[in-house]
Design a protein around this ligand. Sequence first.
Ligand SMILES: [Zn+2]
Length: 228
Amino acid sequence: MARVYKMVSKCPEKLGILIGIYNLVPADAPLKSQKELEKEAEKATKQFDDYWSTERKVMTARFLDNAVIEQTENYPALKECISNQALFGWRNQKKNIYFQFLYFREKFNLILENAYSYFQGGYKIEVFFDSDKTIIFSFSDEGKYQIKSVPSVADLFAEALEGVDASRVRRCAICLKIFWAKTSNAGTCGDKKCADDLGNKKRLDKAKELKEKLNNHFQSRVKNNGTL
Ligand SMILES: [Zn+2]
């Protein structure tokens, strides 16, 4: 009989970039939300009476930029992207890039959750984005308007996911990273450690199951016969 090879499917390029961005920090990294940081900033700048004063705005922005870098201290890959403003190609204040990153991760989680529930229960849910398109208005040296449109998080997902096989976008059962399943039965991200851990976990689960089965068997025998 001819040998049957498993079909290997390649991750679409744009999606690969988004998955890479998601995995810049662990899925359960305790990062402070935009709301929390803004509350802290408000406290830190309350010596300025006028909430709308330019001085206070500048101080708040500076506080937030620093707070964001503090948040990313344990995640050098993310920190580097934000410091270099290299994330999504946005040229923006650090705080805005960080907030976009949080928003992006929240939406990616939701997209994945919806796909899982669809494959399990057969119903479809829609994911909505509340983001407006970002258009940057600036001036050339001659004082003419220069309009630049920056892709929103919604645009990025739309471009990366249109027509993509949803069953291939998965979360690693061990490290919780998002990954592209090259083969249809892939359960982990491809790191050797995760694959080994999953193998061990399955073996342990099996051993546990067997032990429980034996226990039940013996217990029922003791109950029925009063002896093993
Ligand atoms: Zn993994």
